[in-house]
Design a protein around this ligand. Structure first.
Ligand code: GLN
Length: 540
């Protein structure tokens, strides 16, 4: 059995297509099917690694080291599974493969064309994850908006796939927007009609429409959409604005989206048990207490730039029955105003990953504050590097210590290029990427969170803690709590003389899922709770 559920988007971007797609994947997984998911990004970039987080949001890294769009992270968080490089396709990848084959002579004599050569390659890539994972259902999200030039080859390939397969093997869901006009108090269906028209011109008739709206959609409006878009009324679903994205699978199931898809895919009726999901969700909706965490970063204008971190905090909070409130702090602003102004009143501080020297001095100031004030601190990748720089400058007397990323002439490069990065010139896909094993020392804060000595965590960096300074740091009181198996690379640093000060060279946020939070995020939140109410149970 091999079925495809394809999700397209219309009217405009940013309607939450990733969440709807992830919800469909989850519902079919909970029905007991082997589900795989795939994101199609119609950009010419080969992967998301070279895209600016300001414009595109976070770059998510899979366990096998592919730099992908943040939707892959969303699928992992909903499905509670790890996806791989094959679950993400871009225009760049498709053309790259076809052009390489053309150069190798694979098409000798032939004119290489978008149809059939590019579309054949797309169809092959779409079916690959199902084959590899022995999946029964592939849920595929087409990025962008119908009508964009970029997505045409992908939609054409999907049209061909639909026509090549039996009718009951494909199901198209189209997500649109129903704007509400305040002056006439009307919900308008015209943009939906136009976007469906656009899709039909390509040869795709949607089987269902999910309409984003800021209020319930009256039956009369659903009838109108059904009539104009040639979709049966029972296949029109509303996607109202909700406080938590984790409510979406519940509202989709309540309206019968999964039931209707299953019916048209000729699947026997099965129930998706959302009970554990609902229990978790209740804790998000009504937590018994709150903590206030400061995130000191550079890309704070776009919360999507740190989406895996904010989600990981929500997951750990749901587990511990703690609501997490965030204060977004610009590192540059903090550097101008001083740490006190921005960090006062917080229960903990997190410094996320990043690149380039902008805002670094502000982050170092923030570390200095949390170290002195004994405030829980979680440094991730660049966050660890800033913690190491601060400790070298303030506690080890190396006043000009820095990372060679920010000052190539520093006399004390406490953070330096990884050995195997020294010859690298290309920027795309050349960092230390994906999951690596690390060995944890017992009697450390991190060990009491993980409760095991061997861990696998995902990386995305070029620089590392410089091993020539290791003894100096350990003697001073910043211990290396985890290393690579050959003991060469420092993967976690901790301050001995501090309630919870943990810096990690990897990205734990990529492994946190709604139903299985990451132990370090739970440990950090417990420490923040201790900070707030010192009598609460001891943090790990
Ligand atoms: N810029 C740093 C490096 O390349 C940190 C990277 C990150 O935070 N992901 O090592």
């Amino acid at each position: 059995m091999r079925k495809f559920i394809i999700v397209t988007g219309g009217v405009l971007s940013g309607l939450g297509k990733g969440v709807v797609t992830a919800s469909i994947g989850l519902l079919f997984k909970l029905k007991g099917y082997r589900v795989t998911m795939q994101k199609i990004d119609p950009y010419v970039n080969v992967d998301a690694g070279t895209m600016n987080p300001y414009e595109h949001g976070e770059v998510f890294v899979t366990h096998d080291g592919k730099e992908t769009d943040l939707d892959i992270g969303r699928y992992e968080r909903f499905l509670d599974e790890e996806l791989s490089a094959e679950n993400y396709i871009t225009t760049g990848q498709v053309y790259w493969r076809v052009i390489h084959r053309e150069r190798a002579g694979a098409f000798l004599g032939k004119t290489v064309q978008v149809i059939p050569h590019i579309t054949d390659e797309i169809k092959r890539l779409i079916q690959l994850p199902l084959e590899k994972e022995h999946a029964q259902i592939g849920v595929i999200e087409v990025g962008g908006t119908v009508g964009d030039i970029e997505s045409l080859p992908f939609l054409e390939a999907l049209r061909q796939l639909k026509d090549e397969l039996p009718r009951e093997d494909t199901f198209f869901v189209h997500l649109t927007l129903l704007p509400h006009i305040a002056t006439s108090d009307e919900i308008k269906t015209k943009p939906t009609q136009h976007s469906v028209k656009e899709l039909r011109a390509i040869g795709i008739q949607p089987n269902a429409i999910v309409a984003r709206c800021d209020r319930p959609i009256p039956d009369s409006v659903k009838r109108k959409i059904a009539l104009f878009c040639d979709v049966s009324q029972e296949n029109i679903f509303e996607d109202q604005d909700l406080p938590s994205i984790y409510e979406i699978p519940i509202t989709m199931k309540a309206q019968g989206l999964d039931r209707q898809i299953a019916k048209e895919l000729a699947l026997s009726p099965r129930k998706a048990d959302l009970n554990p999901w609902e229990k978790r969700l209740k804790r998000i909706q009504n937590p018994s207490q709150h903590v206030l965490i400061g995130i000191v970063g550079k890309y704070i204008q776009l919360a999507d730039s740190y989406i895996s971190i904010t989600e990981a905090l929500i997951h750990a909070g749901a587990d511990l029955d703690v609501g997490v409130k965030l204060r977004w702090i610009s590192a540059e602003q903090l550097n101008q105003d001083g740490a006190e102004v921005h960090l006062q009143g917080l229960d903990g501080v997190l410094i996320p990953g990043g690149f380039g020297d902008r805002g670094i001095e502000g982050k170092v100031l923030a570390v200095n504050y949390v170290r002195r004030k004994q405030l829980p601190f979680f440094g991730i990748c660049l966050g660890l590097q800033c913690a190491v720089i601060e400790y070298a400058r303030a506690s080890l007397g190396l006043a000009e210590a820095n990372s060679s990323e920010f000052n190539s002439n520093t006399p004390y490069p406490v953070i330096d290029l990884l050995d195997d990065q020294k010859q690298v010139t290309d920027k795309g896909g050349t960092m230390r990427l994906g999951a690596y094993k690390a060995i944890l020392k017992q009697e450390t804060r991190s060990y009491s969170c993980y409760r095991k000595t061997s861990i696998y965590e995902r990386h995305r960096h070029r620089y590392e803690f410089n091993p020539i300074y290791r003894n100096l740091f350990e003697e001073g009181g910043m211990r290396i709590a985890a290393t690579s198996p050959d003991d060469r690379l420092a993967e976690i640093v901790e301050l001995v003389d501090h309630p919870w000060f943990v810096g990690v060279q990897f990205h734990p946020e990529f492994r946190s899922h709604f139903l299985s939070p990451h132990p370090l995020f739970s440990g950090f939140l417990r420490a923040c709770l201790d900070q707030k109410t010192p009598s609460s149970p001891a943090s790990c």
